[in-house]
Write a protein that binds this ligand. Structure first.
Ligand code: ADP
Length: 438
């Protein structure tokens, strides 16, 4: 920009001088000096005029005058060829500009006007701007580098905390939580990580409790079997009838062991989502009727009146064996934990988009405080009674897990004046088999 404005300014003035001189028939020192003395040309610009032979006839610099000599400048040669010429260069902190224009009289070249200017002010201004820009650039680079180092250290420190936490979890310290601070993706990652380790911790606790409960449950019948077998071995004179009783007890314990391992296997399969049967559209009423039919002999043996009211088309989506096991466990419990000559009533119906299966009994009931715990693995209100009736404490856990897997809910309530009610609610899927929405 500076160069453009200099070019315009110098060429304009040079052309103005050239126009003033073009009235002269020839350029000599006297005529040129007299014309130049009346022209108002800016100070600080060296002005030179040559005649048609290239000899300087006017030089406003008296100290270093080149009067009578030739001008060896490319711009001067260009001007002698009839064209304006301009050159500007930045050198030694100043702008040095040279402008040369021909002086013509009726197309005849009388000489040339040459301006030479050394502009230190603009040079200093440019130098100032250059230094300022350099300083700003340096400052920006230093600040960016400092910020980069700062963020990199912070980033590494926070990532280090995360990776340290991962190592701790790998080492089994599931209770470890990580705090990284800030509000960015690493903070989100840390909170996700804490969530995950929380879940791992819970799962690990459950697993430990389950393993310890399971081994305890398995140890009890095994200890009884060992005791009974030892008694037979040590007692050489044991009567045949006693021995048969002992063996019958051993057989009962083996049946119990088998039942526990069956239930454990069933739970493990549910845990790893290995349902034995593929889900299909089933009528829960059919399933309930089948379970009731199968448990009728047990109910009769205990003098219990077992009956069912099953509504038609209670369509659900579930694995047949799994859902049969659910109803069977609930009805079996209702019979097991009943009183002599008690009642068990099974009811199925559809209401507001859900299929319900209610199992009511007139049995011993469940203390209010235990109602939510009876679905926990190995939980039994009365251990002795459960053992007596061949219970494992796993039936209701299987029920809850299966029902939840089918998208339903199960809960227990106490009935007035006595007994309990177990409710299973599953989504109604009648519309999937062409029935109306209910
Ligand atoms: P179990 O094999 O001991 O029957 P469950 O998981 O089926 O195990 O039941 C857990 C506990 O819930 C039982 O031990 C019993 O104390 C209680 N329970 C279950 N069903 C009933 C019921 N219908 N009436 C009273 N108590 C029940």
């Amino acid at each position: 920009m500076i160069v453009d404005s200099k070019c315009n300014e110098l060429l304009k003035t040079a052309n103005m001088v050239s126009a003033s001189l073009s009235g002269l028939q020839s350029l000599d020192t006297d005529r040129v000096t007299s014309i130049m003395s009346i022209l108002d040309v800016s100070e600080g610009v060296r002005m030179l005029v040559t005649d048609h032979a290239g000899t300087v006839v006017y030089d406003n610099n008296t100290a270093f005058s080149v009067m009578g000599r030739g001008l060896m400048l490319a711009e001067v040669y260009t001007a002698f060829n009839g064209m304006d010429a301009f050159r500007c260069a930045y050198k030694g902190g100043a702008f040095e500009s040279v402008a040369a224009v021909p002086v013509l009289y009726k197309s005849e070249l009388l000489g040339i006007v040459c301006f030479h200017e050394v502009d230190k002010d603009s040079g200093a201004l440019l130098l100032g701007i250059q230094t300022y820009l350099r300083n700003i650039t340096l400052l920006v680079i230093v600040c960016s580098a400092a910020l980069m180092v700062f963020f990199t250290i912070g980033f590494r420190r926070r990532l280090g905390k995360l990776s340290g936490a991962i190592d701790k979890i790998k080492g089994g310290q599931y209770e470890h939580r990580v705090v990284v601070g800030g509000h960015d993706e690493i903070t989100d990652l840390a909170s996700e990580f804490n969530d995950l380790s929380g879940r791992l911790q819970k799962t690990e606790e459950l697993r430990r409790r389950f393993v310890s409960d399971a081994s305890h449950e398995l140890k009890t019948p095994l200890a009884s079997i060992k005791l009974l077998a030892d008694s037979i071995i040590q007692n050489e004179d044991m009567r045949m009838t006693d021995m048969r009783d002992f063996l019958a007890d051993i057989s009962n314990e083996i049946v119990r062991l088998t039942r526990i391992t069956d239930h454990l296997l069933q739970l493990t399969r549910l845990d790893v989502d290995l349902a034995e049967t593929e889900p299909e559209y089933l009528d829960l009423s059919d399933i309930a009727r089948r379970a009731v039919r199968l448990l009728q002999p047990l109910a009769q043996a205990k003098g219990i009146n077992l009956h069912i009211d099953a509504a038609p088309e209670c369509i659900i989506e579930a694995g047949e064996d799994a859902i049969y096991q659910v109803v069977f466990n609930l009805v079996e419990n209702a019979v097991k934990y009943n009183i002599p000559n008690g009642e068990v009533h099974v009811l199925t119906y559809v209401n507001e988009g859900n299929v319900f299966c209610l199992v009511d009994d007139t049995g011993i009931g469940i203390p209010e405080t235990e109602l939510s715990r009876i679905f926990d693995r190995f939980y039994r209100v009365d251990k002795a009674r459960s053992r007596e009736t061949g219970g494992t404490g796993l039936g209701l856990s299987i029920v809850r897990q299966t029902v939840e897997e089918c998208g339903g809910k199960v809960w227990a309530e106490n009935r007035s004046p006595r007994g309990s009610r177990f409710v299973v609610s599953l989504p109604y899927r009648g519309e999937a088999v062409g029935l109306e929405v209910r």
